[in-house]
Design a protein around this ligand. Structure first.
Ligand SMILES: Nc1ncnc2c1ncn2[C@@H]1O[C@H](COP(=O)(O)OP(=O)(O)OP(=O)(O)O)[C@@H](O)[C@H]1O
Length: 442
């Protein structure tokens, strides 16, 4: 049955299997940081933090969004681990617990009548893909499975959402939590031999910011969640790195911001603000010391000299020097090409006639595509390395961290021959995990 037929039947409530009921197709973009999921009939995804945490003192364990809530509430001293590491399923037992939480939301899902549609990183060892197949069919007993790469699904979303995008060739860059991957497409088929990876992702950027802040300002080691929040609210990619550095040398530095730390009572979430005062750090410390000696007058004294009594961290050049690592990974000892050169490498691995269309149809998505200024800087840097007769066009998507989920949902609900890309439970039982991988849409 075609997708529109499925939708009609769903409205009429006539059927109860994934073949003709969209709410029985579970759409799941399996991010290493955040799993985005819903049924194919829903308009927005739910988010599930793909991590578990153990309290270092009482050894309580928190899973997924429960862990997220604990961290948001200021619960420190939690050792956070991620079951997906560098694109590999590092701990499938933990991942299964997280999946159970997701599937329990779909009380009426009845896995035996449902189809699981999943995205995975583009280049995965067969053994990892097979493990996902086992989890889907054996641990959860789904009736059918559709697996695709995040890039293919980002491409699906891009084709729908960007009217100017070329139809035949596209280059999709997904910059997420673990790494940044470039993959070209020709006639909607991924050219996997040209896939190129840069080992810089959001996790590395957060850790780097944490190191720098903890060295210069306040020790926030063990407060990664907070630093991640600071990064997401304050970081940006400089148009001209040296120019930005020069501004930071000025006496009054407009780049400096303060990030007010939550106290989890009045201030529930950290937020940025302009510095309360431009006193030097020494002057501020002296003033604070004096004020602390007179405890009861502390607040008044603080206000008198323009100091806030909130606890805040100053962040200056780190705002742009940390994301700069995406462009110059060698700055921190990663011996890899930066984002513009990586894109160049991808294109150079493709046949010559694809060169011009690929330069003109680059799509950037994933969580790091949220960083302000990234598209503009990429476009600028690519001018100096592109062939003289090529035009560079870089497209951003709305809400780029959910682009793969949107593409997957579209594919599952609108693709006329969706069933052709699906591996059924029957096929799996007859042919085994590794053989059915041939049918997967990567
Ligand atoms: N506004 C923002 N500024 C900077 N970084 C951001 C912003 N929004 C999200 N990120 C970062 O993006 C990363 C998550 O991206 P994404 O959701 O694409 O990852 P994922 O799909 O879960 O993981 P992966 O792609 O590695 O499988 C996190 O490190 C997060 O901090």
């Amino acid at each position: 049955m075609c997708a529109s037929g499925a939708a009609k039947q769903q409205e009429g409530g006539l059927s109860n299997t994934w073949r003709d009921n969209l709410s029985k197709r579970l759409v799941l973009d399996h991010g290493a940081y955040m799993i985005k999921y819903s049924s194919a009939s829903e308009a927005k995804p739910q988010l599930m933090y793909n991590a578990v945490g153990k309290d270092k003192k009482n050894r309580n364990v928190y899973v997924g969004n429960k862990l997220w809530d604990e961290l948001e509430g200021g619960h420190a001293n939690i050792q956070v681990t991620y079951p997906m590491v560098r694109g590999l399923l590092h701990d499938s037992d933990v991942e299964t617990v997280i999946w159970k939480q997701i599937f329990s939301r779909f009380k009426k899902l009845e896995e035996r009548a449902s189809c699981l549609a999943l995205t995975l990183p583009p280049i995965l060892p067969e053994i990892v893909q097979t493990r996902f197949t086992e989890v889907a069919f054996e641990d959860f007993e789904f009736d059918a499975l559709f697996m695709s790469s995040t890039h293919s699904m980002i491409r699906e979303a891009a084709v729908q959402e960007i009217p100017d995008l070329g139809e035949q060739c596209q280059l999709v860059v997904d910059s997420g939590f673990s790494f940044t991957y470039g993959l070209p497409f020709f006639d909607s088929k991924p050219m996997r031999y040209a896939a190129t990876r840069l080992d810089v992702g959001g996790k590395l950027l957060t850790n780097l910011l944490n190191e720098q802040i903890s060295y210069k300002e306040v020790n926030l080691q063990g407060e990664t969640h907070l630093v991640n929040d600071m990064k997401e609210q304050l970081s940006y990619v400089a148009k001209d790195f040296q120019e930005e550095m020069d501004i930071c040398q000025q006496k009054v530095n407009p780049i400096v911001k303060e990030f007010v730390l939550p106290d989890y009572k009045g201030v529930k979430k950290g937020y940025p603000r302009d510095p309360v005062t431009f006193l030097s750090l020494e002057e501020q410390l002296l003033a604070q010391k004096a004020a602390q000696q007179e405890q009861d007058e502390y607040a008044g004294a603080g206000r008198k000299i323009g100091l806030s009594t909130d606890q805040a961290v100053r962040i200056g050049s780190e705002r742009f020097s940390v994301p700069e690592v995406l462009f110059h990974p060698s700055d921190i000892g990663i011996n890899e090409a930066g984002l513009p050169e990586m894109i160049n490498q991808v294109i150079s691995k493709c046949p010559k006639p694809m060169e011009r269309p690929l330069y003109a149809n680059i799509v950037i998505a994933g969580g790091n595509a949220h960083i302000k200024g990234i598209r503009e800087r990429l476009e600028l840097d690519m001018q100096s390395i592109k062939p003289y007769d090529s035009e560079v066009r870089i497209f951003e998507l709305q809400n780029p961290s959910q682009a793969a989920w949107r593409g997957l949902k579209q594919f599952c609900s609108n693709k006329a021959n969706f069933e052709d890309f699906v591996v059924t439970r029957k096929e799996y039982l007859e042919e085994g995990g590794s053989r059915v991988l041939k049918k997967l849409y990567l």
